[in-house]
Design a binder for this molecule. Structure first.
Ligand SMILES: Cc1cc2nc3c(=O)[nH]c(=O)nc-3n(C[C@H](O)[C@H](O)[C@H](O)COP(=O)(O)OP(=O)(O)OC[C@H]3O[C@@H](n4cnc5c(N)ncnc54)[C@H](O)[C@@H]3O)c2cc1C
Length: 403
């Protein structure tokens, strides 16, 4: 079903503010459930996916204190193969570069090795599959690794996808499903009768909707007109990434994702089937700055070179910086807010690509039934509600910047 259109004003069941991969997957899945959906974004399919490496790293991204998130990450990783197949069909045959290649996390010195051993123990306690390898065994798997590698963890279940192709396929799937795109920025949420009812866009359009999903990535906390109490506490976490290309004569340079912690910083090399090698990523708390800096590029090349010395031979094809939508507990905010009709799908931080399939399904369920599915209850936005806002008294919620 398609939204009703009258000039610049449309009415749909759902308006999604933000057309990054999270907003797009929400729109696509909701439209598959029979809802009439519109998306507002000046550049749908852009956002952090343009920069992201696309690791589907439920196991190697496990951090202390993130065991709840682990369950959602694993569930999304499990759904990936079917999701990719369905998206290929829905997008008219687009390939998103899903590659079941596995990951090798290695240690370069005694400190790194101790850290990796602890991570291995945590993974085992969490029931995850990973295998400890000696340095020699690591190099047998990946001959381009530095001779100094002291050991590593082989994780055969952590794969990859190409986020740019994923975003492009989601745009195509949405278009084919009849999702309406407003290529404009939302300036303000419209609240009518105590409910979210649409948005005012910077091109003058005012799309109305029965429900609104705020999926504006690191900018989700900045939309005008949203009551302060329900604004999501997301912040931008800058990441710089390099892209190199592996000439045919050097292939296969790496056969799987290789990663390490070097002097306390994460570095990873993600080899794509098309010869691209993604090297990332810095992690910087600098607001909405997306400048690529000499220091960032230097650190990434220095650390990646320690891991795989041969990278200095490869052509450097691109440098970019993007913004991860970080939340206070590094987990996403999914589902209804205290303002009736307003939902959140944001805060996916460093796992947004991994969490795309499960987010789409969770949001489609919420938008059609009003209920968060069991596996998403721990990620309800209410966990960050300020004490004063509970119990919620939605009709008197005050818009940000107004009172
Ligand atoms: C360097 C880096 C590496 C990463 N690596 C990985 C990885 O390996 N694996 C993984 O799973 N994840 C990774 N991520 C994280 C992942 O990319 C993000 O979590 C995910 O892309 C977030 O998607 P999003 O749609 O929520 O937000 P975004 O991608 O930020 O998209 C938000 C969209 O909202 C739009 N928007 C903003 N404000 C408005 C407004 N007012 N009106 C209309 N539209 C608006 C923007 O134009 C944008 O298109 C990485 C991220 C970075 C930066």
């Amino acid at each position: 079903m398609h939204p009703r259109t009258t000039g610049a004003h449309t009415t749909s069941d759902v308006l999604v503010v933000g057309g990054g991969i999270i907003g797009l997957v929400t729109a696509w899945r909701a439209s598959r459930h029979g809802l009439r959906v519109a998306v507002a974004d000046p550049e749908p399919g852009g956002g952090a996916a343009r920069v992201a490496a696309g690791m589907l790293a439920a196991v190697t991204e496990l951090h202390y204190g993130e065991e709840t998130l682990l369950g959602l990450n694993l569930e999304s990783a499990r759904r990936y193969p079917d999701f990719v197949a369905e998206l290929r069909e829905a997008s008219g045959g687009m390939d998103v570069g899903y590659r079941a290649c596995g990951t090798l996390a290695v240690a370069l010195d005694a400190d790194d090795r101790a850290h990796l051993r602890e991570l291995h123990a945590l993974q085992q306690r969490s029931g995850l599959r990973s295998e400890w390898l000696t340095g020699r065994e690591c190099r047998r798997l990946e001959p381009m690794l530095a001779p100094g590698v002291r050991g590593g963890l082989r994780v055969d279940g952590d794969h990859q996808v190409d986020p740019r192709r994923l975003a492009a396929a989601l745009v195509a799937a949405c278009e084919r499903a009849g999702v309406v795109f407003h290529r404009a920025r939302a300036e303000r949420l419209v609240v009518a009768g105590g409910r979210a009812a649409g948005a005012v866009l910077d091109d003058g359009a005012e799309p109305a909707a029965g429900q609104v999903v705020l999926a504006a990535g690191s900018l989700s906390g900045r939309l005008g007109g949203v009551p302060r109490e329900v604004l999501p506490p997301v912040r931008p976490v800058k990441g710089q990434v390099l892209r190199l290309s592996v000439p045919r004569a050097y292939a296969p340079f790496l056969s799987r994702t290789v990663r390490a912690v070097v002097r306390g910083s994460q570095v990873y090399l993600v080899p794509r089937e098309n010869g691209e090698l993604v090297v990332g990523a810095t992690s910087e708390e600098l607001g909405w700055d997306t400048t690529v800096t000499a220091g960032g590029v230097y650190e990434l090349l220095r650390d990646a070179h320690e891991l795989v010395p041969g990278i200095t031979e490869l052509p450097l094809t691109e440098t970019r910086a993007g913004l991860r939508p970080g939340s206070p507990d590094n987990a996403p905010l999914l589902g209804p807010t205290a303002l009736p009709g307003l939902h959140l799908a944001t805060g996916h931080y460093r796992n947004g690509v991994l969490l795309t399939p499960v987010t789409g399904d969770v949001m489609a369920t919420v938008l059609t039934t009003g209920e968060l599915p069991e596996q998403a209850r721990a990620f309800a936005p209410g966990r960050f509600a300020p004490p004063a806002a509970s119990p919620p008294t939605s009709p008197s919620l005050s818009p940000a910047g107004v009172s």
